[in-house]
Ligand binder design. Structure first.
Ligand code: C2E
Ligand code: CA
Ligand code: CA
Ligand code: CA
Length: 278
């Protein structure tokens, strides 16, 4: 038994080592990726359920390493936070997304609002308002074309400071939504206090619709709550027509997911928009 324990330890140690090594290699590669612009953005359409109109797109960061292939943002965004690259990456995402939004606007493909995901430190570092102002100015895009997605945990750290920041962003004309709604450890009180435009119903509540009674109850409840609070509700991760129909029936305003489109590179998005018939 002792031997087995020892072997198991050696196995864990080897695996930890492999993980630590991957992390180190990824860190170095991410530094280069930011410098060399290996990062790109993919855009996923958001659809108004009442009439099928495209209301906007969510910008999602993509990293394709020349040798290792695609690395998911679920892996490299937290890594970028840890190694101090997130501020630079965040500024790049904001300016690239707004440059694309301004170009679509000029081509008459709109109005198409672009939603940018914020990271924890980007929300807390005191530079966000200035960065947003500068990125809007540099792109020439009207502020109404920008939406920022933040999570419950970001606003719960310091709700009063968050409220001030959100108020200032909205005063610029930028929209603000709460991402992954319902998954954070938070209270509903902030919905009352924070100036928000939308909540995004997390995919975990959408994926088993329409048949799972608890998910149906949660989805219906969140939609009703949001309506009462005059917030838009956007359902994430809609993959089937049955999910779309359930959500529309429940009064959900907008949805995004593979049922409508996967996230697409900017050029492919333009083609998708031109071919899209609601
Ligand atoms: P998120 O903001 O909740 O983004 C939604 C995720 O769900 C995306 O994963 C998207 O590709 C995926 N998705 C969309 N529709 C469907 C669907 O119908 N089914 C399924 N199974 N998945 C769907 P992705 O692109 O891998 O991004 C993961 C997370 O990484 C994002 O979650 C967001 O938290 C973060 N992220 C992505 N881009 C950025 C960025 O530019 N900045 C920051 N700070 N975070 C980002
Ligand atoms: Ca998001
Ligand atoms: Ca989300
Ligand atoms: Ca989610």
């Amino acid at each position: 038994a002792k031997e087995a324990g020892k072997n198991r330890y050696a196995f864990y140690a080897a695996r930890m080592d492999a993980q630590a090594q991957r992390r180190l290699a990824l860190q170095a590669a991410l530094r280069r990726a930011v410098d060399r612009r290996e990062l790109t953005l993919a855009y996923q359409p958001k659809i108004a359920l009442a009439d099928g109109r495209v209301t906007g797109v969510e910008a999602l960061a993509r990293w394709v390493h020349p040798e290792w292939g695609a690395i998911s943002p679920g892996e490299f965004i937290p890594l970028a936070e840890d190694v101090g690259l997130i501020a630079e990456l965040g500024r790049w995402v904001l300016s690239q997304a707004l440059a694309d939004a301004a170009a679509w606007h000029q081509r008459g493909l709109g109005p198409l609002r672009v939603a940018v995901n914020l990271s924890v430190s980007q929300f807390a570092d005191g530079e966000l308002l200035a960065n947003v102002r500068r990125a809007l100015h540099d792109s020439g895009a009207p502020p109404s074309l920008l939406e920022l997605e933040l999570t419950e945990s970001m606003v719960m750290r310091d709700p009063e400071e968050a409220a001030r920041l959100l108020q200032a962003l909205r005063a610029l004309g930028v929209q603000v939504s709460i991402d992954d709604f319902g998954t954070g450890h938070s209270s509903l009180a902030y919905l009352k206090r924070l100036p928000l435009d939308a909540v995004k119903l997390d995919r975990s509540f959408v994926q088993d619709l329409p048949d799972a009674p608890k998910d149906a109850a949660i989805a219906t409840g969140v939609i009703a709550l949001a309506q009462q609070l005059r917030l838009e509700v956007v359902a994430e991760g809609v993959e089937t027509q049955a999910q779309r129909d359930f959500l529309r029936q429940a009064g959900c305003d907008q949805a995004q997911g593979y049922f409508f489109s996967r996230p697409l590179p900017a050029a492919a998005l333009v083609e998708w928009l031109q071919a899209y018939r609601r």
